[in-house]
Design a protein around this ligand. Structure first.
Ligand SMILES: Nc1ncnc2c1ncn2[C@@H]1O[C@H](COP(=O)(O)OP(=O)(O)O)[C@@H](O)[C@H]1O
Ligand SMILES: [Mg+2]
Length: 357
């Protein structure tokens, strides 16, 4: 199910924003304009489906930190809302603060409202509606049913469906959101697992921080587009080649580079090279996700890598809907050229993220 529209309100610098998503959408703008905030808002829908909404928000400093810090209309509650339209389905999640007395979990989100709609022509039907702790949903026969479980206030109802077969629409929505994939930061510090040999298992999807890079590349080499992988390496690093090593089931990577007598181990490669290899592994996944989001993939890449990265993302976009944020105009241009990307520019005005028309 492609994501056709996204709306965000009250989340960090995004006071209110709504825009369509295309097969490839690129969000560009200067540092601090709110690109990562938009990316994170989308990711919250995935976290909600997973049951990790509270944890995701905690990693960002907790609920009070993510709420729009600008002025609100009188009487308007402190909330953020994220919504998406997926073909004929639409889903919206609104969270606010835990009501007093907060107890020890005052930084948790409190899910205030969740709604799922089904669009039929010009009409839209509410298929599920949550108001704090109470939910009704239409079951497989279309009957209005109240959920019999005691809901956790800090998690999405999608992660708390106990009888999935009774609520096929909610289950399908949850399954779809769970398949979305997000890449924001690949860990390349000296202790990062990706710099060391590791027990490898078949890995069709690279972990979000790239920790299982060798296993993901080995999987592509084995059951995926191995030619595409080695061509992409040669394209990005002319004269170099990637070697994948398997020692008693422990996988590691090495790069042969022009002018060097021996291949370099992962522990010796530059951050930029390792990050590029992570992007390769993510984009050539043999089990592509329906929706793939990359936040500022240009981070610590040499400018000469932006054009090949653009081509690689274009290839991935034949199998996945792609959403990219970047401050590199060269990358946005490459994506426009190679993938017909829709480019949206953001700026910050009066503290609020806005679309540049
Ligand atoms: N709760 C908040 N309310 C309003 N603005 C916020 C809030 N939290 C962060 N910001 C603003 O968001 C900006 C960072 O946005 P970010 O998405 O990281 O930018 P970038 O475009 O560089 O990725 C900061 O400039 C900060 O002022
Ligand atoms: Mg950012």
């Amino acid at each position: 199910m492609p994501v056709q529209e996204l709306w965000i309100e009250g989340y960090r610098s995004v006071q209110s924003l709504r825009f369509p998503l295309e097969p490839v959408t690129v969000v560009v703008g200067p540092n601090g304009c709110g690109k990562t905030n938009v990316y994170r808002a989308l990711q919250l829908l995935h976290s909600g489906a997973e049951g990790s909404l509270a944890h995701s928000l905690a990693e960002e400093g907790g609920m009070p930190s993510v709420l729009w810090a600008g002025s609100r209309k009188k009487g308007e509650p402190a909330r953020f809302t994220v919504g998406v339209r997926l073909e004929d389905l639409a889903y919206e999640l609104s969270c606010g603060l835990v009501p007093p007395p907060e107890g020890p979990f005052g930084l948790d989100p409190d899910v205030k409202e969740e709604t799922v709609w089904l669009h039929e022509g010009k009409r839209r039907h509410v298929m599920a509606e949550r108001r704090s702790r109470s939910v009704f949903a239409r079951d497989a026969e279309g009957h209005r049913t109240t959920f019999a479980v005691e809901l956790w206030g800090n998690e999405s109802v999608l992660a708390q469906i106990v009888e999935p077969h009774r609520f096929p629409l909610l289950s399908a929505l949850r399954a779809e959101l769970l398949r979305w994939r997000f890449y924001h930061h690949f860990r390349t510090d000296p202790e990062s697992p990706l710099r060391h040999a590791q027990v490898g298992v078949r890995t069709p999807a690279l972990a979000h921080d790239g920790r299982d890079l060798a296993a993901a590349l080995m999987t592509i080499d084995n059951i995926g587009d191995d030619r595409g992988l080695h061509e992409a390496v040669e394209n990005a690093f002319p004269g170099s080649s990637l070697e994948l090593d398997n020692e008693d089931g422990r996988f590691s990577i090495r790069m042969r580079m022009p002018g060097l007598q021996r291949a370099l181990e992962a522990s010796e490669l530059s951050d930029g090279t390792l990050r590029y290899l992570c992007l390769l592994a993510a984009l050539l996944s043999p089990r592509p996700p329906p929706f793939l989001a990359l936040n500022e993939p240009e981070t610590s890449l040499h400018p000469s890598l932006l054009e090949p990265l653009g081509r690689l993302i274009a290839t991935a976009s034949r199998r996945s809907q792609v959403f990219v944020t970047t401050h590199a105009h060269e990358l946005a241009t490459a994506l426009e050229k190679h993938a017909g990307a829709s480019v949206l520019s953001l700026r910050k005005d009066g503290g609020a993220t806005e679309l540049v028309e």
